[in-house]
Design a protein around this ligand. Structure first.
Ligand SMILES: *Cc1c(COP(=O)(O)O)cnc(C)c1O
Length: 410
């Protein structure tokens, strides 16, 4: 008799974006002529850049010829040219990596969901609150939480580290003993970026307690201020206590193409793992359950990291950051309190009059036809906040901002 993984039943709270979809469909069914403007899901909209397209074409051409054709890679961790491109990329911000520390993957979401599997079920997990939902949900599925508390809107057994206006949306160190610490900077959803000092505090804490930081840097290319760290390995000691996960999705428009990477340092340690062990476990996990990222797509990824490719990705980032500036200044001009939007493609705003996140979602949809994302969907500390994403074509962003300004002008 087969039985199910009961941990999945704890996820009853539901995934955020299907609920948004449901409410938007209900609204459009009643208002079929209304044009909906989407500033909700963080999905890229601008086409791939010329150098990346060329890299992808070359990837296809290699497979079209017997002499250069490749099938399964010997090792799932990625093509040599791709790892070398990443090694050079990290040198752009002064980080030296060994090739054996680089694992190419099909994205940062799968990696940040799968990484927990190399750690014991007893590990206590700490997450930034609010957070990208995968960190919490993957650990709930793996049995590292108790049930979902409807009242407090959190899972028992997980340690939530509140990120609020009072702490500039970067958490204080956990008070209890924790083993795995998820950090994301620049942050989705708040748009906040960790400073060097803030990361140093967490790295020191992790070293002292033999905890491991899982650092999601999916938006590192959006950092504008030169003094802010782009990689956790810019912090001394991080290679002993931190895994970094990153992606081409938001940098190069690979949300549908699929390519990411994780860094598992050879010097990374845990309570019962000497240097090299965690790296070996991840290698074992990937070689067992993953057959490597697409060889064609890796051609595109390496092209994105080339001199010219990286310059072009910079233009893409500029485009989205100009959208962010338009949203932020537009909303501030009608009295909204906005955060983020300067080193990340998200604007995190306080709902007017302390409205709940979902009430504001419904209100905004009804009154302006703009779809955003309720902050409470990212964790209890997101309540009464709301996320607007800077992804979108300029003209749509401008229309959405104009609609909000019209409704809220004083
Ligand atoms: C979009 C996003 C990812 C997902 O990256 P993929 O490589 O597309 O899977 C990971 N982390 C955060 C915080 C994101 O917003």
């Amino acid at each position: 008799m087969a039985t199910i993984n009961q941990n999945y039943m704890k996820l009853a709270a539901g995934y955020l974006f299907p609920e948004i979809g449901r409410r938007v469909r209900a609204f459009t069914a009643e208002n079929p002529t209304v044009e909906i403007m989407r500033l909700g899901i963080g999905n890229t909209t601008e086409p791939l850049t010329p150098t990346v397209v060329q890299g992808l074409h070359q990837g296809v051409d290699r497979l079209a010829c017997r002499d250069t054709y490749t099938g399964y890679a010997d090792d799932s961790s990625g093509e040599m040219f791709m790892k070398q491109a990443l090694q050079r990329h990290y040198q752009r911000f002064g980080v030296e990596l060994q090739l054996a520390e680089i694992y190419i993957s099909d994205g940062a979401k799968p990696d940040s969901g799968n990484i927990q599997s190399i750690f014991a079920p007893e590990n206590v997990v700490a997450v930034q609150d609010p957070a990208y939902p995968v960190y919490v949900d993957s650990n709930v599925m793996a049995g590292r939480s108790g049930g979902y508390d409807q009242q407090k809107r959190l899972y028992a057994g997980l340690v939530y580290m509140p990120c609020t206006e009072e702490n500039q949306f970067f958490p204080a160190l956990p008070e209890k003993k924790v083993d795995l610490i998820y950090l994301c900077s620049p942050n989705n959803p708040t748009g906040a970026v960790a400073t060097r000092e803030q990361l140093e505090r967490f790295v020191r804490h992790a070293q002292q307690h033999r905890a491991v930081i899982i650092f999601d840097a999916a938006y590192s290319a959006f950092i504008r201020e030169p003094h802010l760290p782009r990689s956790i390995y810019e912090i001394k000691g991080a290679a002993e206590c931190a895994i970094e996960i990153n992606s081409f999705s938001k940098i190069a428009g690979f949300t549908g193409v699929r390519l990411g990477w994780s860094i598992i340092p050879l010097s990374l340690v845990a309570e019962d793992a000497s240097p090299g062990v965690l790296n070996q476990l991840w290698s074992r996990r990937q070689n067992t359950l993953f057959n490597g990222a697409s060889n064609i797509v890796q051609g595109g990824g390496a092209a994105a990291l080339s001199e010219e490719g990286w310059r072009e990705c910079g233009y893409l980032v500029d485009y989205y950051m100009n959208n962010a500036a338009i949203i932020k200044s537009g909303l501030e001009s009608v009295g909204f309190s906005c955060f983020g939007g300067t080193n990340a493609p998200f604007i995190w705003l306080k709902t007017p009059g302390g409205m709940s996140s979902w009430d504001f979602f419904d209100f905004l949809l009804r009154e302006t036809h703009v779809v955003g994302t309720p902050g409470s969907g990212f964790g209890p500390s997101g309540e009464s906040y709301f996320r607007l994403s800077a992804y979108g074509h300029r003209e749509n962003v401008e229309k959405a901002v104009a609609a909000i300004q019209f409704r809220f002008k004083r």
